[in-house]
Design a protein around this ligand. Sequence first.
Ligand SMILES: C[S@@+](CC[C@H](N)C(=O)[O-])C[C@H]1O[C@@H](n2cnc3c(N)ncnc32)[C@H](O)[C@@H]1O
Length: 277
Amino acid sequence: MNAMARTRNKPQGEVTRGTTNPNRLRRVDRWIAATQAGALRSADRPLAIDLGYGASPVTAVELYARLRAVEPRLEVAGIEIEPDRVAAGRAFLERSGDAYPGLSFLRGGFELPVDRPPVLVRAFNVLRQYDEAAAWQAWEGLCSRLAPGGVLVEGTCDEIGRRAVWVALDRDAPRTITFAAHLPTLGRPSELAERLPKTLIHRNVPGERVHTLLADFDRCWAIAAPQSVFGPRARWTAAVTLLADAHPVLLRPPFGGRARWRLGEVTLPWSAVDPRS
Ligand SMILES: C[S@@+](CC[C@H](N)C(=O)[O-])C[C@H]1O[C@@H](n2cnc3c(N)ncnc32)[C@H](O)[C@@H]1O
């Protein structure tokens, strides 16, 4: 059995470049596992979707392994708009025998051709190839298709997953934004601007909240430079603590606190960057 629903309509969206890489999405998967267990358990037959998994099914398979460790009942559907990529996912499953019960690969787009509302949609490196208006529209459409209590995690990362930014949305609105980096190779926090989601990338200009946030983060990073003697994690943690004086950094678990900051993460409410309010 898989999560496919019958549909005759053309998938919504456009075929785009299929670039992907093993382990590229480890930072966002780790964050989902740590902060979204409630969402993953919010349905009797929970279904997660990896929307736009790309030329190889590898990141969908990784999502399956990482999230089944949190919620063993979870089914995962990789959805791709490009038919050869769906065939590659299905060929992988055939080669794997019964190793991945509850994992399936389907052709589709933003309409999400599944038989029940998902508790999670992870869409990574998908919307950056659309224009800004289409990205806002995709958020609205995908959120309306979530299960009650479900979450859309939409973001962008570099080729090997050392820099990532993502937004988590529920059925009603965007809720949080997370910045995550491989700290030993980070020059300064504003390098993450290159990875902003499409809904924010054009807003990184003076006068916009996201620009102020990243400029202040760079200043905190500079002030925290002496902490580098204890390593880049100590410096990041000190910079995030300073940033929290002027911005609404989420301070408590599951989103905040030293354990998360030491991973090179920081999460804030969406209102900290919202360009529309
Ligand atoms: C750059 S790849 C990203 C692969 C993977 N998510 C990652 O981050 O490594 C983007 C993929 O999204 C697919 N895509 C784009 N729009 C889509 C849509 N509306 N529905 C499903 N897949 C879509 C493209 O065909 C492409 O394979």
